[in-house]
Design a protein around this ligand. Structure first.
Ligand SMILES: C[S@@+](CC[C@H](N)C(=O)[O-])C[C@H]1O[C@@H](n2cnc3c(N)ncnc32)[C@H](O)[C@@H]1O
Length: 292
């Protein structure tokens, strides 16, 4: 039913990502600020700030930023985490993203060791630089070919470099109808052409000279993020007025009526994401790997 959509998402991912984030970046920033990834909670009482702080410290330790000279932030979005990394290391930090709209918000982060570049992860090997560490948060799911992307990322990492990936995956062994009813609707709204499983990730790492250091399925620890996203959608729809929507669209691109459509689609996306989480088909996974 969605096959043609997914084919188009693979072929037109550059335009789709530019358009989608130009439409939705400010909408999400109203709730998530400049961090479009999940906080990992230790318990139900922990504050958001404390969970985000601890999550970020752990991620920086995982990739050993203290011993890195150059750090790559893949799909850096609005630059929030790149800025935190640059604040905590002497290393040179480069954030790349495919969305000009997302990158337009990085201008406020000014540090001598921090750079941002408009660049596609699928062409990361064309940067002409190599790195000692890399992070890739909440964005690999959008790529048209995850194995190919990992082969390119592998090329720009020095031996021993750590790569941390947090990604939205699907549960292994789902049948077609389960995928179609629960996952495909939200993938359609977010222009995602396919989701990986634990098995396919393991294969992709083996294919591309990565040694697995740690894997964790974090669904239990990120429940409050999924619920927060869902409640934001409920609140937003309660206060909705059609005249408020166009003001959210980035003015740097002409999206016309597509801009409003893309914003409106975030509501059903949030509903389906909640269902995907509640039924356990959608998984939030953590991979720490090392370049061989
Ligand atoms: C959910 S946001 C996450 C942003 C950031 N990692 C963070 O944690 O705040 C997903 C990001 O992936 C970017 N993206 C998607 N496909 C990309 C690609 N092929 N190359 C570079 N960036 C990409 C989008 O533009 C968007 O900024």
């Amino acid at each position: 039913m969605y096959e043609q959509d997914f084919k188009n998402f693979k072929n037109d991912y550059v335009m789709n990502m530019e358009n989608m984030f130009a439409a939705v970046s400010d909408l999400y920033a109203e709730y998530w600020n400049d961090l479009f990834h999940f906080a990992i909670f230790e318990n139900d009482k922990e504050s958001w700030q404390s969970a985000f702080d601890r999550t970020h410290i752990k991620y920086m330790q995982d990739i050993k930023i203290k011993s890195a000279e150059k750090v790559l932030v893949l799909a850096c979005g609005r630059g929030g985490f790149s800025n935190i990394i640059a604040q905590n290391t002497k290393a040179d930090v480069l954030g790349i993203d495919i969305s000009k709209s997302q990158l337009s918000h990085t201008k406020k982060f000014k540090r001598d060791n921090l750079r941002f570049k408009h660049h596609d992860v699928m062409k990361v090997d064309e940067l002409g630089e190599t790195f000692d560490a890399a992070v890739f948060l909440d964005a690999a799911c959008y790529l048209p070919d995850k194995n190919k992307a990992l082969s390119k990322i592998s090329k720009v990492l020095n031996p021993g470099a750590r790569l941390l990936i947090l990604d939205w995956c699907k549960k292994s062994g789902l049948n077609k109808i389960q995928e179609e009813l629960v996952l495909h609707p939200f993938m359609k709204y977010w222009a995602i052409s396919g989701l990986e499983t634990e098995k396919t990730y393991a294969k992709n790492f083996r294919n591309n000279d990565f040694r697995l250091i740690n894997f964790r399925d974090l669904n239990d620890k990120v429940r409050r993020n999924w619920e927060f996203g869902y409640h934001c959608a409920i609140n937003a729809v309660n206060q909705l007025s059609i005249s408020a929507l166009p003001r959210l669209v980035w003015k740097g691109m002409k999206l016309g009526s597509n801009g409003v459509r893309l914003i409106k689609e975030q509501f059903p996306a949030a509903v389906y994401i909640k269902v995907g989480y509640d039924v356990g088909f959608l998984r939030y996974v953590y991979y720490l790997v090392e370049k061989i």
